[in-house]
Design a protein around this ligand. Sequence first.
Ligand code: DC
Length: 226
Amino acid sequence: MKKINIAIDGYSSCGKGTLAKQLAKQLGYKFIDSGAMYRAVTWYLLEHNIPVEDESEVAVVLPKIDIDFEINPSSGRSDVLVNGLNIEPQIRTMRVAEAVSQVAKLSSVRRYLVELQKQMGIAKGVVMDGRDIGTVVFPDAELKIFMTATPEIRAQRRFEELNCSGVDTSYTEVLKNLQSRDFIDSSREDSPLTLTTAYTVLDNSGLSQDEQFALAMKWVETAIGA
Ligand code: DC
């Protein structure tokens, strides 16, 4: 059967990763969380005390940041590695969440990661989620989904996730972080999150995971021509 690339873009904490993983599993495709790559660069910069707003310093260290993914046998999920070190738990902390949008604004960081992401999609059969996947990384993706939900619903879901994984935070803090990231992600100069007519919009405010998966699979079948 014809292999395609699927781009899933949208605001923070819309469940893009959940849908992307389900689609990848069903289709036997590779799932790539592009946000994890921006988080990995952010983690590296914080670890090495490199000021995230100093683009010239950041650009110098980028080639030293080797990013890869590996399947975690206990969770079945793919974890991010930096220079061979599994830093999946570290990139999900509020410390990284608070700095990552600043880092994702830097053109040198975007160029570096977009190039890696494009390489990952050459052979097709990839589901990648992020903010600029359908516009910049895979402009030729056969299916582009734009996910959204109300900020309050997204913050509540994210708060519960963080709570379950033992992160000490409040709903208000999560909502504030999410709104600030939405603003930075959609107003930055380089590759802002933009809804174009090439996307199929999926507002999951009132949908269960099963319902959104069924809907997306219909779009996949149409895109594949099955
Ligand atoms: O999807 P996420 O919340 O893990 O993404 C982390 C940050 O990285 C988010 O603030 C937006 C940015 N990002 C981006 O600019 N481009 C992408 N393709 C993916 C994420």
